[in-house]
Design a protein around this ligand. Structure first.
Ligand code: SAM
Ligand code: 2KA
Ligand code: SF4
Ligand code: MG
Length: 242
């Protein structure tokens, strides 16, 4: 059957990150990841702590849940995870969204390809810097961008690298140089993704954002780049489902 493991469906909210930041959207978060980033803010999707909340759902069931939550008040759905690119069967849900004229965003780290990437309106590829503890498979990433490029200029994708420290910053630059034609976003890393103290969290994140902006503006090797915070974290802290 065409089922996929879903761990949460929420919205309407705004896309807090990357190329369509600010966009009103619903979210579908799939379970399971082939990575285990040290600072993952969605570790419940893969570390076992959320296993009782995973539901195997088919396309129509996910759509019904989205309509229940969002009614007619949305035109955009973002799929994240975990790594949704592990799920070949997501094609059924993606086709159903297209049939309903819904725009689709998707977040993945760039470790796996799926043919349905070509159906995604706003595809965010987010390779992981050294602080994550993960090692990027650049031949897999090359293959993904080759396929997207062959699919033609109508395809809208971007790179988003989370930065925690100077090494991450250098890694991000390496990625940007390797794929210079892909729109590039630097994102502030949230080192306190467990805390409930929103005031202190926002203060630290804004300091980190300032640090990152300063590094970019002082560096002539960065030219065409956008530097962003996680907007949803500035509004809602580490709350889930927003
Ligand atoms: C939770 S991941 C899920 C999608 C996919 N596995 C990925 O990593 O791209 C969604 C986005 O959140 C980012 N992210 C995860 N933990 C973060 C943190 N502590 N601070 C900032 N961004 C984080 C990831 O880098 C990714 O861009
Ligand atoms: N508002 C909001 N924006 C987001 N952008 C990417 C998210 C994610 O966890 O993938 C996310 C999320 O969880 N919430
Ligand atoms: S790849 Fe994404 S979901 Fe997987 S561990 Fe890293 S940040 Fe978390
Ligand atoms: Mg998130």
């Amino acid at each position: 059957m065409s089922k996929v493991p879903v761990i949460e469906i929420f919205g309407p909210t705004i896309q807090g990150e990357g190329m369509v930041i600010g966009q009103k959207t619903m979210f579908v978060r799939t379970a399971g990841c082939d990575y285990s980033c040290s600072w993952c803010d969605s570790a419940f999707t893969w570390d076992g702590s959320g296993k009782d909340t995973i539901k195997l759902m088919d396309a129509e069931e996910i759509w019904q849940e989205l309509k229940l939550l969002g009614g007619d008040g949305f035109t955009f759905v973002t799929i994240s995870g975990g790594n949704p690119a592990l799920l070949k069967n997501l094609s059924y849900f993606i086709n159903l969204l297209k049939k309903n004229n819904v725009q689709i965003g998707l977040e993945t780290q760039g470790s796996k390809w799926q043919d349905w990437f070509l159906e995604i309106d706003e595809l965010t590829i987010s390779p992981k810097p050294p602080s994550s503890g993960m090692v990027t498979n650049f031949s897999a990433l090359d293959m993904i961008f080759d396929k997207l490029k062959k699919a033609g200029p109508t395809h809208s994708s971007s790179l988003k690298v989370v930065v925690f420290d100077d090494r991450d910053f250098d890694y991000a630059k390496q990625v940007h140089y390797r794929y210079p034609e892909i729109p590039f976003y630097l994102q502030v890393g949230n080192a306190d993704h467990q805390t409930r103290d929103n005031q202190q969290l926002v203060e630290r994140l804004l300091q980190k954002y300032e640090w990152l902006v300063h590094k970019v503006v002082a560096d002539n090797e960065w030219r065409n780049v956008k530097v962003l915070p996680q907007l949803h974290t500035l509004i809602w802290g580490n709350r889930r489902g927003v």
